[in-house]
Design a protein around this ligand. Structure first.
Ligand SMILES: [Zn+2]
Length: 70
């Protein structure tokens, strides 16, 4: 089971569903019936809640802010 995040293109509703990989992805916003897009979440146990500092740190294996211009 994985957490899938969706966002509605119409009303901006953000929702998280705990689904199996084999489950049909949601496509219809339960609030307004608009089109949902599935957001890319980290897959495994990574949960984006609030700040997400932990996730950011994890991603900084490779330095992004290289200010060197060579
Ligand atoms: Zn909606």
């Amino acid at each position: 089971m994985l957490n899938y995040e969706y966002k509605c293109k119409n009303c901006g509703e953000h929702l998280t569903r705990y689904q199996n990989m084999t489950d049909e992805p949601l496509s219809i916003c339960p609030s307004c019936g608009g089109k949902l897009v599935r957001l890319l979440s980290g897959g495994g146990g990574v949960i984006y809640k609030g700040t997400g500092f932990y996730v950011n740190d994890y991603k900084k294996k490779q330095p992004e802010k290289t200010s060197t211009k060579e």
